[in-house]
Structure formats: structure tokens, C-alpha cells
Design a protein around this ligand. Structure first.
Ligand code: C2O
Length: 568
């Protein structure tokens, strides 16, 4: 997938200048219109003839390309039997929470036959983000990339690549994903793992589908490419690798990083990573591109590796390459925690003069959230119990009306704002399991005043099993100021926090049996979802929301809802 640059406004500016001979030199931001028709479609990329839910018949869906400061309008028309909503993952949505998209959090879903126009401005962000359906498990096939180019005339803080390519990684089930999750919800057990992984919608050849074509990545010898990698998988963190080539990480979650070299990218569901790839290997070979699961907990996962091919093109290699042998990628073992840790610890904000890291130095709300699983009784379930997930022992219950509406219109009885700032019964989170793994239920939010400086320590628990949890916060970027294994130590660990150049992102991996500390400033009024981006954990209740009050005056207040906001 190659990125089409939007038409340059200066072409128009120059031609008008020729006539008028007097023009301001500033370049204005633009309004970009997209239409998303949600339709069923067969795709030949997959080893199946079953139609899937898509946007505009594409898998992955269309890429949104815009520049920093542009306004984007996306009209979503729902032609399928499922109600749905679309989330613009990582877009700050300053004061425009109505366009954020998580169903029953900021909007009621768009019903079959209905439409809704998402309207938002890309303020202060540039890089790769992505969009996806935000209801049930539809995001398995309803997703695509968002490319925010820097303002016109502003270069990247690294050498301009020859070309840019989008690499969307995904997970694919042979059966209907809605049936998969409905069955799991009925039984109270874990759902089936996926049948294969995908790279730009292609699995590559599979044991039971050997003729399946993989995605092809053509490169010219000596040129440098930027890959915009998105992990759109539902439940699996991934290793991404290209045989014979090193990659230089330059950005994650639409924030520039200090460049560093790696042979393996580690990427959790929800995260994006931009890397530079220089085509400097022997041009007489092809090179395998691979995406495979990273899983260091004792639970079932999909062990089918998605493969694609990097091949050299050019006057001398074009013909030779069809028959060239492919250099295979040596993949890390599936449980290679050391590979993941090395990668994650290398991530630093660029923190340059142009792109400073504005880390909150002081904290007004210090929160301690345990994240993990639990077990609740369930009479109709297979074992008489149901696997659930929670934050601070609260399994979040989705409301029937969107929380943002309830907040804006002061509707009583939809949520309470008493989400616990810390666990009510502390225990040794990473030690032996407590006797009672049951959780409480509730639609409980945590209230923050405008501009509050917030720290959250996210502590994994060993309830059932320790496991990685990629936690995503809507409406904000945050800084990862610290991480460690075992239980967080309030006396010792904050002394080691990095408040200078911590990585800034929107989705962070809480390590299995460990913790991560994040900080952000609550400068965006509205209701903002926070949840594990492993879709099964979200389904099980590993989610909560913040309600951020308005600040002083209209410029610091949530805008009123648009007229076409869907109704429940
Ligand atoms: Cu990418 Cu709440 O999601």
C-alpha cells in the first residue's frame, strides 16, 4: 500500500498569485472529506470465500491521509446487519469527544441503514495512527491506517525517505468473529484463537492453503523507505521482522522518537511504529517479511506466522528476481520476553526543541490501578463460572446510553463517578493468588478537573495468570515514566522515573507480572475510555472511563453534540 500524498495547496496558491500578484504567504489548513460505506465483501486475499465486514469493500480499509491542522470529515454509512461505530485511534479529539467513536462511551452506535459524519481536527499531531470499528469484535476486519503528514514545508526530523509504505498487521478467523465471541460469552470460557495473521490483508502461503499469495514489498537498491506499521490484531502482540535488513525506529503512536536500530519490532494491538528501511542487502535475493505472535504467558495463541516478501526491483534485477531464492527470517521464540524488553526500553521521546516532551513534573491525582483477570459465578456457563477482567477489581458494565451524552445532558442513573483510585483490598498482586477471584460490577468513572496532572501506575496481577496488557487511553497521549517487574514500590520506584525523555504514546504494554507508570495532563474535557487493547480482555471488562470537566470559558469546554449524533 503506497501512500498518496494529498494535492499540494501551493499549486493553487501559485496560479492565483500569477493573476493577483498579491497574496499572503501562509498556507491554510484544508478540510478533507471521506466516505466510508460499511459493506459485506468477499476477499480473495484470504483463504476463504466467506464475505467479511469491510469499509468500501477494502481489507484493510482505506487510508486517511491528511496534514497536521487539517479538518477531517468522514461520513460513515452502515449497510450491514450489525450496529457499529468507528474510532480514530490516537487522534486527540480536543473538545470533539463526539467524534471519538467508542460505542456507548461517546456515542450510540450507527444503526443499520443510518449514517454519521465524524468531524475532527488534527491539532498538534503528525505520524501514523489508525481507525477501527469500536463495538464487539468487528474491528477484526473494519480497520485502516491514518497518515498525518507534517504541515506543508515542515520536514521530518530524519532524512526524507524515498517512499512510504503502510503495513497493517492483523488476525483472521475462518469463522465469523461475532459468532466466535458470542460463543465464548455464552460458555464463560476463552474464545478460539485466530486461524492466521495477516500483513496488509494477506496471510501468505498457509499449510492448508499453500497457493495463497503474500503481500509484496518492492524496493530499489540503495533507497530508504519508511514503513508505517500498525498492529490491528485483536488479541495478539506481534514481532515484526524483515530478513537481512535492520530497521530504524523513528516514531511510535504519532510521536517522534530518538532513532534506534533494531532487527525486530515489537508491537502490541493498538500501537503504531514507523521505521526506516534501507534496501542495502544483496539484490539477487528476495527477503522474507514476517509477523508472528509474542506471548510469554501460559495461554493459547495463534502460532501461524504471516509472511510477505521484500524483493528488489530495478533495471538489472527485475527479471532475475522472480526465480530468486528467498532469505528466511529467523524469528525470536514466541516467549522471547528479552527481545520485547530490549525494544521497549530503547524507546525515548525525541525531545528536541521543535518536539519537546512536556512531561508533568508534579502530580495532582496519583492513581494505582490493578489490571488483570477474575472469575465470577455463572449458572448458565460451562464450568458454572465465567472468566472476567477488571481494573481495581471493578468489571466495567457497558451502559445502554452513551456516557458522553449522560455527562453533557446530566442524565441521572447512567454512571457513577466513584471509580476507586486504588484497590480497596490491597494484596500481593504478583504473589500467590488470593482465595477469592471474584470481581465487582459497575459503570464507574473517575472524575478529573480540567488540566489536572495525572499519574497512573498500572499493575498487572497474577490472578489466573500474569499477562501483558496493552492499555489504551482515549483523548490523550501519555508519557511512560517508569516500568518494572513485580509489585510497584511507592518508596523506591518513583526515584527511578524518567521525567526527561520518556516515550509518549497512546497505548502502553503493562508487562506480565509487572507494572508501568504513566503521566498525562487532563487538558481535554469529555468522557474518555481506557481499556486493554486485547479485545478479549475488553470484552471481559478490563475497561473504565475518565470524565474530565470543562475548564474556564468556551475554549476549554466540550462542544455541543452534532445534529446527526446517532440515537440509542
Ligand atoms: Cu483502538 Cu478504544 O481503541
Amino acid at each position: 500500500m503506497e501512500i498518496q500524498r494529498p494535492r499540494q495547496p501551493w499549486v493553487l496558491v501559485l496560479s492565483v498569485f500569477a493573476v493577483v500578484c498579491l497574496l499572503p504567504t501562509t498556507v491554510h489548513s484544508m478540510v478533507r472529506h471521506y466516505k466510508f460505506n460499511v459493506v459485506m465483501k468477499n476477499t480473495t486475499k484470504l483463504c476463504s470465500s466467506k464475505p467479511i465486514v469491510t469499509v468500501n469493500g477494502m481489507f484493510p480499509g482505506p487510508t486517511i491521509v491528511a496534514r497536521e491542522d487539517d479538518t477531517v470529515l468522514v461520513k460513515v454509512v452502515n449497510h450491514v446487519k450489525y450496529n457499529l461505530s468507528i474510532h480514530w485511534h490516537g487522534i486527540r479529539q480536543l473538545r470533539t469527544g463526539w467524534a471519538d467513536g467508542p460505542a456507548y462511551i461517546t456515542q450510540c452506535p450507527i444503526q443499520t441503514g443510518q449514517s454519521y459524519t465524524y468531524n475532527f481536527t488534527l491539532a498538534g499531531q503528525r505520524g501514523t495512527l489508525w481507525w477501527h470499528a469500536h463495538i464487539l469484535w468487528l474491528r477484526a476486519t473494519v480497520h485502516g491506517a491514518i497518515v498525518i503528514l507534517p504541515k506543508l514545508g515542515v520536514p521530518y526530523p530524519f532524512p526524507q525517505p524515498h517512499k512510504e509504505k503502510i503495513i497493517v498487521l492483523g488476525e483472521w478467523w475462518k469463522s465469523d468473529v461475532e459468532a466466535v465471541i458470542n460463543e465464548a460469552t455464552r460458555s464463560g470460557l476463552a474464545p478460539n484463537v485466530s486461524d492466521a495473521h495477516t500483513i496488509n490483508g494477506h496471510t501468505g502461503p498457509l499449510p492448508n492453503c499453500p497457493s495463497q499469495q503474500g503481500y509484496g514489498l518492492p524496493v530499489k537498491p540503495g533507497k530508504t523507505y519508511m514503513l508505517r506499521i500498525v498492529n490491528a490484531a485483536l488479541n495478539e502482540e506481534l514481532f515484526f521482522k524483515i530478513a537481512g535488513h535492520e530497521l530504524t525506529v523513528v516514531e511510535v503512536d504519532a510521536v517522534y522518537t530518538k532513532p534506534f536500530k533494531t532487527d525486530t519490532v515489537v508491537i502490541a494491538p493498538g500501537q503504531t511504529t514507523n521505521v526506516l528501511l534501507t534496501a542495502n542487502a544483496y539484490a539477487g535475493s528476495n527477503y522474507m517479511v514476517a509477523a508472528t505472535t509474542y506471548m510469554d504467558a501460559p495461554i493459547a495463541f495463534d502460532n501461524v506466522t504471516a509472511t510477505a516478501t521484500l524483493h528488489y526491483v530495478g533495471p538489472t534485477t527485475a527479471n532475475a528476481n522472480a526465480a530468486a531464492k528467498t532469505v528466511l527470517a529467523t524469528l525470536p521464540p514466541q516467549n522471547a520476553t528479552w527481545v520485547a524488553t530490549k525494544f521497549i526500553k530503547s524507546l525515548r521521546s525525541l525531545n528536541s526543541e521543535e518536539y519537546p516532551a512536556r512531561v508533568p513534573m508534579n502530580v495532582d491525582h496519583s492513581l494505582f490501578f490493578t489490571v488483570g483477570l477474575g472469575v465470577n459465578p455463572c449458572r448458565s456457563c460451562v464450568n458454572g463460572s465465567r472468566v472476567v477482567a477488571d481494573i481495581n477489581n471493578v468489571t466495567f458494565v457497558m451502559p445502554k446510553i452513551a456516557l458522553l451524552q449522560a455527562h453533557f445532558f446530566n442524565l441521572p442513573g447512567v454512571f457513577t463517578d466513584d471509580f476507586p483510585a486504588r484497590p480497596s483490598h490491597p494484596y500481593n498482586y504478583t504473589g500467590t493468588q488470593p482465595a477469592n477471584p471474584a470481581t465487582m460490577k459497575g459503570t464507574r468513572l473517575y472524575r478529573l478537573p480540567y488540566n489536572a496532572r495525572v499519574e497512573i501506575v498500572l499493575q498487572d496481577t497474577g490472578m489466573i495468570t500474569p499477562e501483558n496488557h496493552p492499555i489504551h487511553l482515549h483523548g490523550f497521549n501519555f508519557f511512560e515514566v517508569g516500568r518494572g517487574l513485580g509489585n510497584f514500590n511507592q518508596k523506591k520506584d518513583p526515584k527511578k522515573f524518567n521525567l526527561v525523555d520518556p516515550v509518549e504514546r497512546n497505548t502502553v504494554g503493562v508487562p506480565a507480572g509487572g507494572w508501568v507508570a504513566i503521566r498525562f495532563t487532563a487538558d481535554n474535557p469529555g468522557v474518555w475510555f481506557m481499556h486493554c487493547h486485547l479485545e478479549i480482555h475488553t470484552t471481559w471488562g478490563l475497561k473504565m472511563a475518565f470524565v474530565v470537566d470543562n475548564g474556564d470559558g468556551p475554549n476549554h469546554s466540550l462542544l455541543p453534540p452534532p445534529a446527526d449524533l446517532p440515537k440509542c
